[in-house]
Design a protein around this ligand. Structure first.
Ligand SMILES: Nc1ncnc2c1ncn2[C@@H]1O[C@H](COP(=O)(O)OP(=O)(O)OP(=O)(O)O)[C@@H](O)[C@H]1O
Length: 238
């Protein structure tokens, strides 16, 4: 599937009666990269979970490649081209690395898992290890690779660098950049490592209490210390 645009219109959602996403509208052109930033608890994970169909939606549209997927169950959204790598890195602990990757293939031939090994050679070295035996960084690679094997046209990455050593972060960001440069996937990234996110993204959106508080380019944000201090906290760019 080629990259697709994502358009979100007047989206509101939450957990049971608790509304945590308030009337959000934004769009990402096909093949571009959006960084979603904000302090803890501002709704970034909930936004991605809502796009993926894992919260209660109160209203609004989510269009992927022009098709409204908002009423689809999450499994159907994945078939429509939406890839979601949650913060929790949902690796199957009792399956091997290779078996985890097979799950991501959908109807593709088994030989396609070589794409995952090219992207993350470390996974090839660990191909017979159980998911439960992997380090945090390896789990992140596996969770990401499994989703990418499904050839998503839009990919949501929720805090992929959380808790990882700098060298692993560099490895992951390099893999995401290669993927973005292939032009086959539109990428949305939530990340607390703001500098890494700004280097990666074409566009930035900052959330505050379930709403969009700022949008612009990474260059505009880097030049706007007042916004950085107010919405991301002092020292946000370091
Ligand atoms: N399963 C849930 N049930 C009820 N409320 C929740 C649930 N998950 C998150 N929330 C609430 O929704 C709000 C937004 O949380 P969310 O995790 O989306 O923010 P975030 O910006 O991703 O934060 P962080 O950077 O800490 O991951 C918070 O007030 C949080 O307490």
């Amino acid at each position: 599937m080629p990259a697709a645009p994502l358009e979100v219109t007047k989206l509101s959602a939450g957990y049971g009666p608790t509304r945590v996403i308030e009337d959000i509208s934004f769009s990402v052109p096909a093949g571009e990269r959006l960084a979603v930033l904000g302090r803890n608890g501002m709704g970034k994970t909930s936004l991605f979970a809502t796009i993926a169909g894992q919260t209660r939606r109160y209203g609004g549209e989510i269009r992927l490649g022009g098709q409204d997927i908002a009423a689809q169950p999450s499994a159907t959204r994945a078939l429509s081209g939406l890839g979601y790598v949650p913060q929790t890195r949902d690796v199957f602990p009792s399956l091997t690395v290779e078996e985890n990757l097979f799950v991501g293939l959908k109807s593709r031939p088994k030989s396609a898992i070589e794409e995952a090994y090219t992207m993350f050679p470390r996974l090839k070295e660990r191909r017979s290890n159980l998911g439960s035996q992997l380090s945090g960084g390896e789990q992140q690679m596996l969770s990401t690779a499994r989703t990418i094997l499904g050839q998503p046209s839009v990919l949501l990455l929720d805090e992929p660098l959380e808790g990882l050593a700098p060298v692993i972060c560099e490895e992951l960001m390099a893999a995401f950049s290669l993927l973005a440069q292939s032009g086959e996937t539109t990428i949305l990234l939530v990340e607390q490592r703001i500098q890494s996110a700004l280097e990666f993204a074409d566009w930035v959106m900052i959330m505050e209490r379930g709403r969009i508080a700022w949008t612009g380019t990474p260059q505009a944000l880097s030049a706007d210390q007042e916004t950085v201090d107010r919405l991301l906290g002092v020292g946000g760019l370091h």
